[in-house]
Design a protein around this ligand. Structure first.
Ligand code: FAD
Length: 451
């Protein structure tokens, strides 16, 4: 078949972060593009991930801000919190963003099908409605979904998908998991006044982050009243007539909760997509195996974002979508995404941010490293009487003075880290940081004042 004999040059399955970017850039390069979305345009990040989550984090933080305001001379009488008002405001803004995503695709000439799509043959896609179309290239950008552990009463467990739509703030909530979503929602519910228990099957939280920061977050979270249960698994969950949930974890007595939420990892959305019809190879966790240009084992099928389980973050999916479109339709040299040194954050209370190697990784990989640390109480916390300390850590390769890792916990650390990550990615040295004048008084100045 020649290119023009296909209905489209590109058919994108899934219009989330990666699918949107790939579709509109491909169209900009002159390709005839169609895309299908089975739920809501914008995908996980916009509809039920990063964006609504961050809005809840902002909403939750007022609990502390209003307390802290007292020592700054403000008295707030009769303060109260209305979950439904916040929830509905957030959802209204999500509707607005979804509209903008649709508009962008329309403006770029991308034909959008609001229905599920699957691959039914060579270059062939069948839509839920039964319509069959063909495309020269197929991009799978179907993302991932929450994994819910197997156990009796599994159907009573909610995930982050449902957490945004609760009718009320649960009085008692059990969160399963130890990753960033578990810790973020633990902080959110705790600030809203829930009694939060976080149960993890190991005794390690936030595995990929530096140990000193993980430990600091644990200490602060305990002080704030979050309970942690380690090294346990679910035995059962039983619903009472009044809706409350009796939960049994290994080595613990039965306890009652109003909501049980699983944040126990995310699984690539590859089932029922028809990938087996054309021989697309999957990895051990069901993810699509791709090369550095996001090409699958089938020449005309590409995959980007969470469905490839490389690094499951929005900016990564977007970069992969852009690189795919430039490579296949841009007419220039192929573009690979550099997956090294990706900064990331946990929007806990307080937040964590990191880039590069942890101290442990650096010691294993480089041997001789220097570690600098600033353990300080931010000025605002001092005035507020909030006994909460920040911790910044710099890991330096002793052989050449290069900064190979930066790790921070404290107010606004993700905002500070975004810029500091440029320096680490660029391979700057500790001496370069030292040569930069501080901005005083800030928390970020600690980064150029390490002794
Ligand atoms: P998605 O955005 O998930 O898009 C995939 C789309 O494909 C979905 O809309 C889905 O409905 C659709 N789809 C699936 N199958 C089909 C089919 N057969 N036909 C048609 N459509 C289909 N990342 C960050 O960088 N920062 C954060 O702070 C952050 N917070 C998060 C918080 C939560 C609670 C969650 C769940 C995720 C968070 N993430 C965060 C991760 C981020 O949302 C994902 O990495 C990102 O959305 C991945 O983009 P994607 O394009 O691969 O997939």
């Amino acid at each position: 078949m020649s290119a023009s004999e296909y209905d489209y040059d590109l058919f994108t399955i899934g219009i989330g972060s990666g699918g949107t970017r790939a579709s509109r850039i491909a169209s900009g390069h002159g390709a005839r593009v169609a895309a299908a979305e089975e739920y809501r345009v914008g995908g996980t990040c916009v509809i039920r991930g990063c964006v609504p989550k961050k809005m809840l984090v902002y909403g939750a933080h007022f609990a502390e801000d209003l307390e802290d305001a007292l020592n700054f001379g403000w008295s707030i009488e009769g303060k109260s919190f209305d979950w439904v008002a916040l929830r509905d405001h957030v959802q209204k803004d999500i509707d607005r963003l979804e509209g903008l995503y649709n508009e962008t695709l329309e403006n770029h000439g991308v034909e959008v099908f609001h229905e599920r799509a699957r691959i039914t043959g060579d270059h062939e896609i069948t839509l839920e409605s039964g319509r069959v179309v063909t495309a020269r290239y197929i991009l799978v950008a179907t993302g991932a979904r929450p994994h819910v552990p197997e156990c009796e009463g599994r159907e009573h467990i909610i995930t982050s998908n449902e957490a945004f739509h609760l009718d009320e703030v649960p009085r008692r909530v059990l969160i399963l998991g130890g990753g960033y979503i578990a810790n973020e929602f633990a902080g959110i519910f705790n600030e809203f006044g829930s009694k939060v228990t976080l149960a993890n099957r190991s005794d390690v939280l936030l595995r990929s982050y530096d140990e000193a920061l993980r430990d600091r977050l644990l200490q602060i979270s305990l002080t704030k009243g979050i309970e942690f249960l380690f090294n346990n698994k679910f035995e059962y969950i039983r619903k009472r007539d009044d809706g409350a949930l009796d939960v049994k974890l290994t080595d613990h007595d039965e306890r009652v909760y109003d909501v049980v939420m699983a944040a126990t990892g995310r699984v690539a959305n590859t089932e029922g997509l028809g990938l087996e019809n054309i021989g697309v190879e999957l990895g051990p966790r069901g993810e699509i195996k791709v090369d550095e240009y996001s090409k699958s084992s089938v020449d005309y099928v590409y995959a980007v974002g969470d469905v490839t389980a490389r690094v499951q973050l929005t900016p990564v999916a977007i970069r992969e979508g852009q690189a795919f479109a430039d490579t296949v339709f841009g007419g220039g040299d192929p573009v690979a995404v550099d997956h090294s040194c990706i900064p990331s954050a946990v929007f806990s209370h307080p937040p964590i941010a990191a880039v590069g190697m942890t101290e442990g990784e650096a010691r294993n990989r480089l041997g001789n490293v220097k570690v600098y640390q600033a353990d300080f109480r931010p000025m605002k916390n001092v005035v507020a009487g909030r006994n909460e300390r920040g911790l910044y850590k710099m890991v330096v390769d002793a052989a050449n003075d290069r900064v190979v890792g930066l790790h921070m916990i404290g107010p606004e650390s993700p905002e500070i880290m975004q810029m500091a990550a440029v320096a680490v990615k660029a391979g700057l040295t500790k001496a370069d940081f030292d040569a930069t004048m501080a901005i005083h008084p800030t928390m970020a100045e600690e980064l150029v004042l390490f002794k």
